[in-house]
Ligand binder design. Structure first.
Ligand code: DP6
Length: 330
């Protein structure tokens, strides 16, 4: 393999987290990391991961200033292997990864992290992969990472059969529809059950799982239409339907997966009250208790004021829709 950047000391991959408006939960192939259904996400400009490849240090693998644990090693190894065909313990580089937001707390830090690592390795090995190809590589680390390669509004593409695979494509870019996202952090500690583990449990034990797989396909096609038509009311309907159906599957998993806390529910209630008052706002929640409110930029301030009245919110991170992953070297 040609290494074109040997003279550089640091290559830095930068990628943003994303949230799915129309979600996936469950995999058809755990080894290949392929979801059972597609998903549509938005890229979050202000939630960033940075992955530095240091060419003057070998085998130092650091995440948020600590050596990585086995779970993270397995993720990083899958991405490294997809790019270099080698195991991570053979790496001739140091990797130093950081997130500017809570890690493993339901804010898709693995999505941005794996996307940032992919663009950095692509540059280091001089592979010139297309965005779609990088998306396929990133998906090996985390399925949602396939989406973080691209900016704007993004949909996953899943191919089934013998050569089953996944990657994501951009539907429309970040300028298509200016939306504002308020990420309400209600508990930044690490979640007890990871998404990967939770999904496998749900597929095995939730009575609702098969219906969710069927229903989510319709939610995606109707939700995509609403998004492309910039119909906020319809998009809210499908966003919340997707979120609630996914959480119903989680809650009917055995042992049950309750990712919410009382503040999560308070924020959902607030979003519905605000909507009754004519404010365009919708909510979504991933595998954690944080609530993401999506609105149009003119309404951000009044929603922030209303959130100030709610107990239990650690902080609110405001974001616009961001651009795709990229690289810097120095
Ligand atoms: C609830 O794609 O992060 O956020 O591939 O096992 O790393 P792994 O899981 P991941 O799960 C995301 C689940 C979700 C829904 C979504 O983003 O569509």
């Amino acid at each position: 393999m040609t290494i074109v950047c040997e003279d550089l000391k640091i290559i830095k991959g930068i990628a943003n987290s994303n949230i799915a408006l129309l979600k996936y939960w469950g995999k058809s192939d755990v080894m290949k990391n392929i979801p059972d259904m597609p998903s549509i996400s938005i890229n979050l400009a202000n939630l960033n991961s940075y992955v530095e490849l240091k060419t003057d240090i070998t085998k130092q693998l650091i995440l948020n200033d600590k050596p990585i644990d086995n779970h993270t090693y397995a993720r990083w190894n899958r991405v490294y292997k997809a790019i270099s065909s080698k195991e991570l313990n053979q790496i001739d580089l140091g990797i130093n990864a950081n997130n500017n937001f809570p890690t493993s707390a339901g804010l898709a830090s693995s999505a941005s992290g794996m996307a940032a690592m992919t663009v950095a390795l692509n540059q280091y090995y001089g592979l010139n992969l297309t965005m779609s190809e990088m998306s396929r590589v990133a998906s090996k680390g985390s399925a949602s990472a396939a989406r973080s390669i691209h900016g704007g509004f993004v949909e996953t593409v899943i191919s089934k059969g013998q050569s089953s695979d996944m990657h994501a494509e951009q539907l429309v870019d970040e300028n298509y529809w200016k939306l504002s996202i308020l990420i309400c952090v209600t508990d930044s500690s690490k979640k007890k059950v990871s998404s990967s583990e939770g999904m496998q449990l749900s597929k095995k034990t939730s009575e609702l799982y098969d219906s969710w797989v069927r229903l989510s396909k319709n939610i995606i096609s109707d939700g995509r239409q609403a998004l492309l038509a910039k119909d906020f009311e319809k998009l809210s309907f499908y966003t919340e339907l997707s979120c609630m159906c996914m959480h119903a599957v989680m809650m009917t998993t055995r042992p049950e997966l309750y990712y919410w806390n009382p503040t999560t529910l308070r924020i959902i209630t607030l979003a519905k009250e605000l909507r009754k008052k004519g404010i365009p706002v919708t909510f979504t929640i991933d595998a954690g208790p944080q609530v993401k409110l999506i609105t149009e930029p003119d309404f951000t301030k009044s929603i922030e004021d209303a959130l100030n009245e709610i107990d239990g919110i650690e902080k609110v991170i405001e974001s616009s829709i961001g651009e795709g992953a990229y690289c810097e070297s120095f």
